[in-house]
Design a protein around this ligand. Structure first.
Ligand code: PLP
Length: 362
């Protein structure tokens, strides 16, 4: 009988709840309003000739590099950040190597690392999900070959200062340090410029969140030019589809659209956090387009009650340190208002108002 490698046999299937997502999507941190009309117009203008050809990545990589102020040799466009993580794991991890992650965090770091046969070393976040820099440094070993950090972090919304991450990269020259900036636009701080000098630093960006293009599957991996030449060897030359490559320059040009959406999200994040304060629910102030809230034992009922009102949110109860927690995506003014109205009803109906105010915080 055909058997998969042991590392793959031992993986748990990761099935995010994608089925039947009818309603207001506040469960996957996507844009709630979608992409710029200019991007949509470009998409509608595509013809069969474009689809008949294998897609060419390089010209678009040049444009992206120009936008980011980097050398094109430092940029690889990928099939979402997911593929970028996969490529880094394939490039740097041998069986028995170690990949360090800070938990709770995005699931794909551990999955791709384990698939290579690496050992995942989990470092738990500190009180209120602060970044455990000291603990992480004590876990470094000669076998540490990947350190993956989401900044800001999903699902907590916590951020860590860039100089702390640079310190980690300098302390582990044998490891590829991935700083995943999937939520950069909502935070505004970046290490992408440092990839020019720091050989083992990699930064990822996505068009799935602020740009409203999760369905197109496009992301950026940036790194030092010589390292990127190595990573490129394991990437398919056609990893990014023609439609994504055709619209990406237009998406970058319409910064006004992205900036307007980001400004709305930032103001709505404040509004939502204020409302959670008023309702006496415990949450963690966020640097991204979502807020993690502690609901307590009624977390599943809470998610169901919102779904009954047409709003999808994500139960994070099973994540480490996230007992009873639910993650709410922040979107447009209208969508946030809809969420707030539903929250008031559901919190009232389930008797959650103020119930967790005095609980010990994670
Ligand atoms: C931290 C983080 N990285 C990467 C991704 C996936 O990005 P992409 O859609 O570009 O694969 C997500 C999506 O939720 C995320 O939260």
């Amino acid at each position: 009988m055909l058997e998969a490698r042991a590392a793959v046999r031992n993986l748990h299937a990761y099935r995010p709840p994608l089925a039947g997502r009818v309603g207001l999507r506040l469960d996957f941190n996507e844009s709630t309003v979608g992409c710029s009309p200019r991007v949509l117009a470009r998409l509608r203008s595509l013809d069969s000739e474009l689809l008949a050809r294998y897609p060419e990545r390089e010209p678009v990589e040049k444009e992206v590099a120009g936008f980011l102020g980097l050398d094109p040799a430092q940029i690889l466009l990928t099939n979402g950040v997911d593929e970028a993580i996969h490529l880094l794991c394939s490039t740097y991890l041998d069986a028995g190597d170690e990949a360090i992650i800070v938990v709770p965090t995005f699931a794909m770091y551990a999955i791709f690392a384990q698939a290579e046969g690496a050992r995942v070393v989990e470092v738990r976040a500190g009180d209120n999900f602060t970044f455990p820099a000291k603990e992480l440094l004590t876990q470094l070993s000669p076998r540490t070959r990947i350190i993956a950090i989401s900044n800001p972090n999903n699902p907590t919304g916590a951020a860590v200062a860039g100089d702390v991450l640079i310190q980690i990269a300098q302390a582990a020259p044998q490891a590829a340090v991935l700083v995943d900036e999937a939520y950069f636009e909502f935070h505004g701080e970046t290490l992408i410029g440092q990839t020019r000098q720091i050989e083992n630093l990699f930064v990822t960006r996505t068009f799935s969140k602020a740009y409203g293009l999760a369905g197109l599957r496009i992301g950026i991996l940036a790194g030092e030019a010589r390292q990127m030449a190595i990573v490129r060897r394991v990437a398919s030359p056609y990893n990014v589809n023609a439609a994504a490559l055709a619209v990406l320059p237009e998406a970058l040009r319409d910064q006004e659209y992205v900036n307007r959406y980001v400004a709305q999200v930032l103001s709505n994040r404040e509004k939502l956090q204020q409302e959670l304060d008023n309702l006496g629910l415990h949450y963690w102030p966020s640097h991204a387009n979502f807020v993690l809230v502690r609901i307590g034992p009624a977390h599943a009922e809470f998610v169901r009650a919102l779904r009954d009102r047409g709003i999808l949110v994500r139960d994070r109860h099973s994540d480490p340190l996230c007992e009873g927690c639910v993650r709410l995506t922040v979107g447009s003014d209208e969508h946030t208002q809809t969420l707030i109205v539903a929250l008031r009803e559901v919190v009232g109906r389930l008797g959650l108002r103020g119930s967790l105010r005095n609980e010990v915080r994670a």
